[in-house]
Write a protein that binds this ligand. Structure first.
Ligand code: IMP
Ligand code: MG
Length: 184
């Protein structure tokens, strides 16, 4: 029988820890935006952030809306700014809104740097990022998320939405993928 758990070397963030970090982040966001008077829009970056976004916003008792984007960023050796390709865009205007980008993991930082710029250019009043995981050792650009679930070492992780080759998203925890899987 094929069991995905055999491909996980170690559990990095357990289900209990995921619940606790969602509680903490949701409380911070609620505190920061409860009196803003502006529309609060969560922009979930597909596909890796869906579990996190679902758990996070259920813990936030103030009015908000949920939007989705699918983007990819391209590194460029010759251009420091690079660009971002939008595969699925927002269905609403974010002008004058408080926008929180919900991301699964920050690696090089390019995706979030460029996505933040894009949403700022569309006139959002505030653009902040809430990331489940942060791998600061891998940063290629200077980007810092406002809300960070947990900092992790430089390892390839899967589960709770994060994938390798589109698989492992349905694991209920975040685990380190055994190198034998991608060195095959
Ligand atoms: P970056 O910060 O622009 O380099 O891109 C981050 C994106 O790369 C994330 O949103 C993930 O989709 C993907 N990614 C980076 N590290 C991992 C990992 O360890 N597991 C799964 N996906 C990852
Ligand atoms: Mg992602």
């Amino acid at each position: 029988m094929c069991d995905m758990r055999q491909d996980v070397e170690s559990v990095l963030v357990s289900e209990e820890e995921l619940g606790a970090l969602c509680d903490r982040l949701a409380a911070q966001i609620t505190e920061d935006f409860r009196d803003s008077g502006r529309d609060l829009v969560f922009v979930t970056v597909l596909k890796g952030s869906i579990m996190f976004a679902a758990d996070l916003i259920r813990r936030i008792p103030i009015p908000c809306t949920l939007e989705f984007m699918k983007v990819s960023s391209y590194g460029s050796l010759t251009q420091s700014s690079g660009f971002i390709q939008v595969h699925l865009d927002l269905k609403r205007d974010v002008k004058d809104c408080d926008v929180i980008i919900v991301e699964d993991i920050i690696d090089s930082g390019r995706t979030l740097q460029r996505l933040s710029e894009l949403l700022e250019n569309r006139g959002a009043h505030t653009v902040r990022c809430c990331t489940l995981l942060d791998k600061p050792d891998r940063r290629k650009v200077n980007y810092k998320a406002h809300y960070v679930g947990t900092v992790i070492p430089d390892a390839f992780v899967v589960g709770y939405g994060l994938d390798y080759d589109e698989k492992y998203r349905n694991l209920p925890y975040v685990g380190v993928l055994a190198p034998k899987v991608y060195n095959k």
